[in-house]
Ligand binder design. Structure first.
Ligand SMILES: NC(=O)c1ccc[n+]([C@@H]2O[C@H](COP(=O)([O-])OP(=O)(O)OC[C@H]3O[C@@H](n4cnc5c(N)ncnc54)[C@H](OP(=O)(O)O)[C@@H]3O)[C@@H](O)[C@H]2O)c1
Length: 257
């Protein structure tokens, strides 16, 4: 009960603050300028829509070499082409599409194997792809893992760990996890993640989403601590709550990446 009240309070506080900031038009100015990120390799997961779309676009227009890591490859190719049409010189925009389905561990492994083969360093990994299956019943992957947990936590963590060697090749790198204030609704109970497992709490999609985000936050914190203890301080781990946004609403501030 106390947890529920705290979650409601944190969510209401976040939404209210966001409304106040937006009503005063206190949006921070875009910090990225053309050529600022020249030469940096950036992977953005889930960049065919929403926050990932605008993040990938802003980073590409600031000179980064952006890899759109997506399930819908054809759609991503079309998007990349449309961005090139928006520039004066399409050669200055470096956008590549690579297939990635976080529901499937083998897709994650294939993606990272391909990336490794390229030998490139990775400067920024933006773990943006995520799902919130509101209104749907409890769903599982082919491996029997609850889907929020698989996409938002397990698939994302596997991707991060497998890309770590490429990030350590860069002089400086960062992992940005697009988390959520929704993590306050969750609890980390790994025993309940599998199909057929006894549930410790009554299932709800919102709680499962919250749990996946909380688990992801804990994973990132543990990874950061481990990296620091190993003296590998070149990789910075950051988690962000991107504010609550409606479908297709533009994200204005990606400057802090
Ligand atoms: N919107 C909000 O108010 C809000 C608030 C807090 C946090 N967030 C977080 O912000 C992130 C982006 O949210 P959004 O609102 O921009 O969502 P969105 O518009 O639904 O976009 C989600 C992206 O993730 C991709 N994706 C979904 N399942 C995937 C999978 N199995 N493998 C690879 N990619 C997959 C989607 O690809 P497809 O097009 O192929 O489905 C899409 O490109 C999420 O992590 C979300 O939890 C959002």
């Amino acid at each position: 009960m106390m947890m529920m009240i705290k979650a409601m309070w944190e969510t209401a506080k976040e939404i209210t603050l966001q409304r106040i900031v937006m009503s005063y038009q206190l949006r921070s100015a875009a910090l990225l300028v053309p050529n600022q990120l020249d030469g940096l390799y950036v992977i953005v997961t889930g960049s065919t829509s929403g926050i990932g779309y605008y993040t990938a676009r802003e980073l590409a227009f600031a000179g980064a070499r952006v890899i759109m890591a997506c399930r819908r490859v054809d759609e991503a190719e079309k998007i990349a082409e449309s961005w090139k049409e928006d520039t004066d010189d399409s050669k200055t925009l470096h956008v590549e599409v690579m297939e990635l389905d976080l529901l499937s561990p083998s897709s994650v492994r294939q993606f990272t194997a391909e990336w490794d083969q390229s030998g490139k360093p990775l400067h920024i990994l933006i773990n943006n792809a995520g799902i919130l299956l509101l209104g749907e019943s409890r769903q599982f992957t082919e491996d029997g893992i609850e889907k929020h947990i698989q996409v938002n936590h397990i698939g994302t963590s596997l991707l991060t760990l497998l890309l770590l060697p490429s990030m350590l090749k860069a002089n400086s790198a960062r992992i940005v996890n697009v988390n959520s204030v929704g993590h306050h609704w969750g609890a980390v109970e790994p025993k309940s993640w599998k199909m057929g497992a006894e549930e410790e709490r009554k299932f709800s999609n919102m709680m499962s989403y919250g749990s996946s985000k909380l688990a992801q936050l804990m994973f990132l914190k543990a990874l950061s601590t481990k990296l620091i203890s190993m003296g590998k301080t070149s990789v910075l781990c950051v988690a962000v709550h991107p504010a609550v946004r409606r479908q297709n609403e533009r994200v204005l501030d990606v400057g802090s990446f």
